[in-house]
Design a protein around this ligand. Structure first.
Ligand code: HEC
Ligand code: HEC
Length: 394
């Protein structure tokens, strides 16, 4: 048996090794690499896989056979899931400021944080909702080269199960899954094709109250608080994260949009954001930590158990705030759009920033550093687009 063995002084070498480990050097050359030897004897031609990518396209297609198949929705009656939310995440271009998350998955540092510690690590954009057909199937188009993840929503718009990693399609690619979530080596379910999704063909996503945008607390949630809450909730206590019951004739704890600096995270959070997430500073200068299992809001912590969580584990459905508002706290009545936005904010794991620069507390050098990497990213995109144009022209 010939094996490849890499040595520090040669790029690599090929040895003949017998079953007892005796070996004999066949070839080694410091100049000419031999890490990819090709057998010269004739052999059957391997099958050629068809191309799955079409660079002329700018979208890809997901097909799901039956969302109820698999452990992700174990015990959830058919008909519970009404929509599939499709969310994209944006990756930081550079690290400026940081905070930490803690939990069963260990401790971790999040740089350029877009939420308090234990909240989400990336800005989230809801691309929209996919139609989920009565048989649990779905087929929808998403922008290609865009990392996406899925959330199964119930009739209240609450996430029943959420995907915590992501999937990215290349242009023109079509990818299927069985449900939420089989093992990836599982074959499709037998006996129930064609599905309704196959009959209807790929759908475009229905927008979430306007065109896709980074979900920002200041843009989506604060206006709701300004309209309905701050006439009573305006008491900026020195520690806004510790709401204490006041005399009813005094203003209640602050739900104002007034900013609070966090010199560790290098962000300006808001009083309302810190109060609702029950955040407390970890250091003198900030590094605010949220309480994912708080009295009002319960989200899936960034460092929760990494294995598949049971359905309805946490999120808007488990957050007493939603029931409290439904019950008409102090006569406040929120409309459906407002409730859906608050629920989405919790199910997206309480993002504060809709992009990496929002609410920054960066000095000029830090801002320039960030811009440098954003520009570098754009330059690479232009080179890639040029390469693709040339490839298509061939
Ligand atoms: C709302 C439930 C749910 C739906 C629907 C769902 N997923 Fe997932 N997905 C999960 C969960 C939970 C995991 C495992 C934990 C994690 O990594 O997020 C996962 C993991 C993944 C992963 C990464 C892990 C791996 O095995 O490679 C990929 C890729 C993936 N899903 C693709 C898909 C595709 C394709 C579809 C169908 C179009 C789909 N998912 C539908 C919940 C879902
Ligand atoms: C008419 C006045 C009023 C309005 C309007 C109002 N609240 Fe309150 N709220 C109160 C008072 C008073 C308390 C108790 C004060 C305290 O605990 O500091 C309270 C308590 C709360 C609590 C905590 C309750 C507790 O026992 O700890 C939450 C959460 C809350 N309000 C959220 C909201 C939200 C969100 C809105 C707007 C959608 C809102 N409130 C609108 C007066 C109001």
């Amino acid at each position: 048996m010939a094996v490849i063995y890499t040595r520090w002084d040669y790029s690599d070498a090929i040895y003949w090794i017998d079953i007892d480990g005796r070996r004999e050097l066949l070839i080694a050359d410091p100049e000419i690499a031999c890490s990819q030897p090709i057998p010269l004897s004739s052999r059957p031609r391997p099958p050629i896989l068809p191309r799955t990518v079409d660079y002329r396209e700018e979208t890809g297609i997901y097909y799901m056979q039956d969302i109820y198949a698999g452990p992700g929705l174990a015990g959830i009656p058919r008909g519970t899931i009404k929509k599939l939310r499709v969310v994209t995440i944006d990756f930081r271009a550079a690290g400026i400021g940081s905070n930490e998350s803690y939990g069963p998955a260990g401790d971790s540092l999040s740089s350029t944080p877009v939420s308090i510690g234990n909240g989400c690590w990336d800005p989230k954009t809801i691309l929209g909702d996919a139609v989920l057909h009565d048989d649990g199937s779905a087929c929808f188009e998403v922008p290609s080269k865009t990392p996406v993840y899925f959330q199964a929503l119930d009739a209240s718009g609450y996430a029943v199960q959420t995907m915590r990693s992501w999937s990215t399609l290349q242009p023109g690619e079509a990818v299927s899954c069985v449900g939420c979530h089989e093992s990836k080596n599982t074959a499709p379910l037998a006996g129930n094709v064609p599905t309704l999704a196959m009959a209807h063909g790929p759908q475009t996503l229905a927008p979430f109250h306007g065109s896709p945008r980074g979900f920002s607390f200041a843009q989506e949630i604060q206006p709701i608080l300004d309209t309905h809450c701050i006439r009573c909730h305006s008491n900026s206590t020195p520690d806004p994260s510790a709401p204490v019951r006041q005399d009813s004739d005094k203003a209640a704890f602050s739900l104002l949009g007034r900013t609070v600096p966090d010199f560790q995270a290098k962000r300006r959070w808001s009083e309302a954001y810190l109060a609702l997430t029950e955040s407390t500073p970890k250091l003198d200068g900030g590094a605010y930590q949220g309480n994912p299992n708080g009295r009002w809001i319960r989200w899936i912590s960034a460092q929760s158990e990494p294995n598949m969580l049971p359905p309805y584990h946490a999120g808007a459905s488990r957050s007493p705030l939603m029931q409290f508002l439904d019950a008409g706290h102090e006569g406040v009545a929120l409309n459906l759009e407002e409730k859906e936005k608050i629920a989405a904010w919790i199910d997206l794991l309480v993002p504060f920033c809709g992009n990496y620069t929002e609410g920054h507390l960066w000095n000029e050098d830090e801002f320039r550093l960030y811009e440098h990497f954003v520009k570098k990213r754009r330059r690479m995109q232009i080179i890639e687009q040029q390469n693709i144009r040339e490839l298509i022209a061939q």
